[in-house]
Design a protein around this ligand. Sequence first.
Ligand code: IPD
Ligand code: CA
Ligand code: CA
Ligand code: CA
Length: 259
Amino acid sequence: METEKINQLVIGWLQQAREMILASFSRKLTVETKTSRNDLVTELDRQIENFLVQQIKANFPAAQIISEESRPKLKKFDPQQPLWIIDPIDGTMNFVKTHHDFAIMIGIYQQNQGKLGYIYDVMNDRLYHGGPEKGVFCNQQRLKPPADLPLNQGLLEVGALTLLYDRFHLQKIALASNGVRIYGSAGIQIIRVLTGQVIGYVSHLKPWDLAAGRVLAETLGLTVKTIDGSIPDVLSSVDVLVATKNAQEDIVRMAQAPY
Ligand code: IPD
Ligand code: CA
Ligand code: CA
Ligand code: CA
């Protein structure tokens, strides 16, 4: 199927998924813990995941799917066939605590290359979507590549735990920026890098936290690298940096400095 037809289908599913979330606000949700008291899953995470997986399977029988709540085994996938990576709600803790910063995310890859990415900022009704063939859009508006600012000329987004535990000198790196922002959703934080509101986002991420944002960031000429400057594997959980090229160089240099 052509990219634009896939795109129209996915956008339609995401709009339906958003309606499911808005409809859920009138009822009490079931919330369960997974690995710890801060690792939550709600009935909406599962409902949206099931909906998206059903739609993908019905329309693309050859699709390979990784989705967070199905606890996927990150086994070898056939790189020749499309790989769909889904985070049904990114920022589940925010969703549970009635904060507005959460997103629905899908990344589509083939031959280890990002084809299409979707980050839906549900509460603001802003869908960031696109890929190398068509560019990056916020709803219908095309995004321009952000200015290539260095670390000391921009705000920095981080994952809270990565900062609190001061992994790879992150506190020192954060102090070298214009200030730190933490929104509790990888998708929402990566959006701010895409729009040039911040110069970078650093966190430990799982494949579904990064897949969508990576396609969009790379399409806009931003870098997506591990904290030691290498190219992250699509299926690995890694300390990762989505940033302008200049900020990426500054951050990797500081992260590699000896203790
Ligand atoms: C989490 C959020 C959070 C990030 C965590 C992720 P989830 O995703 O993106 O901001 O710090 O590492 O697991 O579990 O809410 O989809
Ligand atoms: Ca989760
Ligand atoms: Ca996530
Ligand atoms: Ca999630």
